[in-house]
Design a protein around this ligand. Structure first.
Ligand code: ADP
Ligand code: MG
Length: 388
C-alpha cells in the first residue's frame, strides 16, 4: 500500500524565478510504500528540499497534490500531518538538555507526564543516547546532535519521517555508522522514510528505492541495483558513477548500428529503432573492463578493446581504479580487484605504461543522451568525427 503519494507537484517562487520544482512539461510524481526507505537523490538546487517541505507541509505547492495514507493533505498544516521532519540544521534547542529536546514535542501535544518520560527514554534508547539525557545540546558532538534530532522526531512515532541531508555535517566514518543505524531503525519500527541526499553512496547504501532528480524533475525511480544495472540516461549514469560514460552518435556499418564515441566504436545493444546520427552514450562499468599489458587491440567477436596508457591509479581499499587515456584521448576507468594483483597478475601500473583495455559487448550499457546541457560544447567535435 502506498503510504505517501506525490502527484504532479510543481513549485514556483514568483513568476520570474522559474520552477523550483517541476516545469512547464509537468510536475513531480512518485509513490512511497509503507515501511519503505525512499531516497531523493540529486545535486544541489535540483528540488529535493522543496519536495520534502511540500510533503511535510512547510511549503505549499503551486500545483499538484500530496496524499498520506489515502488522505489529501495538500492544504493541511505540518502538525496535522502524520509526518515529522529532521531539518538539515538540526534545529535543536541548544540551552535545553537532550531529554528536554526530545520530550518537547510530546509536551506540545499534551501527552501525560508518565507517558512522556517512557517515550522519551524509549526514543533515546533507539538512538543509543539514554546515558546522555541530561546533557545540554551545546555540549554534544555533531554525531550526538544528529542522534538527538532523530530521537526528537522518532518520539512522536510519525508514520512518515522526512530527513533532509541528515548526515551532511558528519565525517565519513560517523556518516556510515548513522546510515547503518537508520536502516536498523527502519527495520525495528516499520517507519516510512523519505531521505534527501546528494550523496549517491549514501542513497545506495540505505535506500530501498531512489528517485534521481535533475533540475526540478525526477528522471528515474528504481532500486539501487537496478539504477546501476540500467541507468536510463547519461545523466543518471554519470551522477551515480556507474562507469565511464562515452558519449557519441550512432553510425551504421553494414547491417549493424553501433556508437561512435570519437575513437572507440561500441557495438552495444543499440535500440532497433535507432537511426544513424542519433545521440547515445555507452557506459562502461569499471569492473567490466579488463586491462592487460600491450599495445595491440584484441580481436574477438564478443569483445571490444582499445589501446591506451595509464594516467594514474587510485587505491579504493578493495580494488585499484586504473585511469586510462586511450589513443584518441578518451578517458576510461578500469577496476582491478586487489586479489587479482596479489594473485600475481603481471601488470605494471606505473603512469605511462601501455595497456589494452577490453570489455564484453554484452556488458556495455547503452543509454539515452537527451540532455542538452551535457551535449553542449562538444557538438562541433562530434560532428567532425561523424563526417570523417
Ligand atoms: P536542493 O534541496 O535539491 O538543493 P531546493 O529544493 O532547496 O534544492 O531548491 C530548488 C530550487 O528552488 C533552487 O533553484 C533554489 O534556488 C530555489 N528555491 C528554493 N527555495 C526558495 C525560496 N524560498 N525562494 C526562491 N527560490 C527558492
Ligand atoms: Mg536541500
Amino acid at each position: 500500500m502506498s503510504t505517501l503519494r506525490c502527484i504532479d507537484l510543481t513549485k514556483t517562487y514568483g513568476a520570474e524565478a522559474g520552477y523550483a520544482l517541476g516545469g512547464s512539461a509537468g510536475g513531480v510524481s512518485f509513490d512511497v510504500e509503507q515501511g519503505e526507505l525512499f531516497a531523493l537523490l540529486g545535486p544541489s538546487g535540483c528540488g529535493k528540499t522543496t519536495t520534502l517541505r511540500i510533503i511535510g507541509g512547510f511549503v505549499e505547492p503551486t500545483s499538484g497534490r500530496v496524499e498520506l495514507g489515502g488522505e489529501d493533505v495538500t492544504r493541511k498544516p505540518p502538525y496535522a500531518r502524520p509526518t515529522n521532519t529532521v531539518f538539515q540544521s538540526y534545529a535543536l534547542f541548544p540551552h535545553l538538555s537532550v531529554g528536554a529536546n526530545v520530550e518537547f514535542g510530546l509536551k506540545m501535544d499534551r501527552v501525560g507526564r508518565k507517558e512522556r518520560q517512557t517515550r522519551t527514554r524509549e526514543a533515546l534508547g533507539i538512538v543509543g543516547m539514554e546515558h546522555l539525557a541530561d546533557r545540554r545540546i551545546a555540549e554534544l558532538s555533531g554525531g550526538q546532535q544528529q542522534r538527538a534530532a532523530l530521537a526528537r522526531a522518532m518520539v512522536k512515532r510519525p508514520g512518515v519521517l522526512l530527513l533532509d541531508e541528515p548526515f551532511g555535517a558528519l565525517d565519513l566514518r560517523l556518516r556510515r555508522q548513522m546510515q547503518d543505524e537508520l536502516v536498523r531503525l527502519k527495520q525495528a519500527t516499520g517507519t516510512t522514510f523519505v531521505h534527501v541526499t546528494h550523496d549517491q553512496d549514501e542513497a545506495c547504501a540505505i535506500a530501498d528505492r531512489i528517485a534521481v532528480m535533475d533540475r526540478g524533475q525526477i528522471v528515474q525511480v528504481d532500486t539501487p541495483v537496478q539504477l546501476y544495472r540500467a541507468p536510463r540516461t547519461a545523466y543518471v549514469a554519470q551522477f551515480l558513477n556507474v562507469g565511464t560514460v562515452l558519449r557519441g552518435k550512432t553510425v551504421r556499418q553494414g547491417g549493424d548500428v553501433s556508437i561512435d564515441t570519437g575513437g572507440v566504436l561500441v557495438h552495444g545493444a543499440v535500440p532497433q529503432w535507432a537511426e544513424p546520427g542519433m545521440r547515445f552514450s555507452a557506459v562502461l562499468p569499471p569492473d567490466q573492463v579488463t586491462i592487460a599489458p600491450g599495445n595491440e587491440p584484441i580481436a574477438s567477436s564478443d569483445c571490444e578493446s582499445a589501446c591506451g596508457t595509464i594516467e594514474h591509479v587510485a587505491f579504493t581499499g578493495s580494488a585499484f581504479a586504473v585511469n586510462l587515456r586511450l589513443v584518441d584521448g578518451t578517458r576510461l576507468v578500469a577496476e582491478v580487484p586487489r586479489q587479482a594483483m596479489s594473485a600475481g597478475q603481471q601488470l605494471n601500473m606505473q603512469p605511462g605504461s601501455e595497456v589494452v583495455a577490453s570489455w564484453r559487448r554484452c556488458d556495455v550499457i547503452i543509454v539515452d543522451d537527451v540532455d542538452p546541457e551535457l551535449a553542449a560544447g562538444d557538438d562541433a567535435e562530434q560532428a567532425g568525427v561523424i563526417a570523417a
